[in-house]
Design a binder for this molecule. Structure first.
Ligand SMILES: CC(C)(COP(=O)(O)OP(=O)(O)OC[C@H]1O[C@@H](n2cnc3c(N)ncnc32)[C@H](O)[C@@H]1OP(=O)(O)O)[C@@H](O)C(=O)NCCC(=O)NCCS
Length: 332
């Protein structure tokens, strides 16, 4: 049997209608549009409706995929959902999406790797495809970050947004799709970025609610440093071991947590501005959805064409991080 690769053959996205811009935050906390733009690059972010959960946004992203491509939900074998904002502990968001979209022949599961969720899920999905046993795998990155954000904490509330995304992976015998990957984790990062309450260590109680333990906690400065160093290291290792030069890369699509992190990574990877995908201004940090939003916006703006080489890098809570070298498969 020939070696199989996994390629992206379809994609879809959904961003909620409601937008919070930086001026809205001036009314809510002690901040300014200038501080947010200068320190993060974010201008606005989309916020889900009260009755809209992560599975709803993922399902709407799949509807967008169906408008763009000919995808039959009954042909899907497996659904992987990267999210840290599942609708509930169980059943999984994957099960909820499976029911919503009518993928009645698929099984699936959720995967928790925070902002590295999409890279971790893509790595899993491609291994299923490469086994030869799976023909169509749907990968979702879908997050309702507004559900775990403290809108009284200026150091985190300005950063996050909501979105749903999905991509379809299928096998190919050609040298395209996911060419190589690096995925890493170091649990010492647990003290820098976490949500303390609601799990088995601190089950939900009046006390956990009073102490705001169901919101994101982040110590921004060290996270910033680890994010840059680890994304650059993973990206560099991947480029070098594949004999690719920086100039061969059509597009660098990093996780969108902070424009200054992206700029620092691009500069250390020696990339030109036109090689770097930045859309954090429009969406903020949507955690597991940032990289697929980057891929889709790049394609929609004619910045990705068949055979283009893209480098994806991610960093998130855990700590988790990774990089993927992708030869894009869909013509403009
Ligand atoms: C969060 C982040 C934007 C903060 O930027 P920073 O330049 O590191 O700022 P600091 O946290 O050091 O705070 C500097 C000052 O700005 C203040 N500040 C924080 N948020 C602010 C806001 N929204 N508006 C105005 N001032 C703010 C702080 O209170 C602090 O004030 P002080 O010096 O009086 O104490 C930045 O650290 C970051 O992006 N970190 C990494 C995020 C990330 O990668 N997440 C993980 C992957 S998801």
């Amino acid at each position: 049997m020939k070696n199989l690769n996994a390629k992206i053959t379809a994609f879809g996205k959904y961003v909620p209608e409601k937008v919070l811009d930086n001026f809205d935050f001036e009314e809510m906390v002690d901040t300014t549009d200038k501080w947010i733009r200068d320190r993060t690059g974010i201008v606005e972010r989309h916020i889900a409706a009260d009755d809209e959960a992560s599975s709803d946004m993922g399902s709407k992203a799949f509807a967008d995929m169906q408008e763009r491509f000919d995808v039959d939900p009954e042909e899907i074998d497996l659904i992987l959902v990267a999210t840290i904002t599942p609708d509930m502990f169980f059943p999984s968001t994957a099960a909820l999406i499976q029911d919503n979209i009518g993928a009645k022949n698929a099984w699936g599961f959720d995967l928790s790797a925070a902002c590295s969720g999409f890279v971790f899920a893509l790595e899993n999905a491609r291994r299923f495809i490469e086994s030869g046993d799976y023909k169509k795998v749907l990968v979702f990155g879908t997050e309702k970050m507004s559900a775990i954000t403290d809108y009284e904490d200026r150091s985190t509330c300005v950063l996050f947004g909501d979105a749903g995304t999905c991509v379809l992976l299928e096998p190919t015998e050609d040298e395209e799709g996911v060419l190589d990957s690096i995925v890493k984790m170091d649990g010492m990062g647990k003290d820098f970025l976490y949500m303390k309450g609601g799990g088995s260590r601190n089950p939900a109680s009046h006390e956990t609610v009073d102490k705001k333990m169901h919101y994101i906690y982040q110590n921004g400065r060290p996270v910033f440093k680890y994010a840059v160093n680890n994304m650059v290291d993973a990206g560099t290792e991947l480029i070098e071991r594949n004999g690719v030069s920086n100039q061969d890369l059509s597009l660098f699509i990093p996780h969108q947590a902070n424009k200054r992190i992206i700029d620092a990574c691009a500069s250390r990877l020696d990339l030109d501005d036109d090689q770097v995908m930045i859309n954090i201004d429009k969406y903020g940090n949507t955690t597991a959805a940032t990289i697929p939003l980057g891929i889709i916006d790049a394609y929609d703006n004619s910045r990705l064409d068949k055979n283009d080489l893209a480098l994806l890098t991610a960093f998130g809570g855990g700590f988790t991080w990774g990089a993927i070298l992708l030869k894009w498969s869909i013509e403009q």
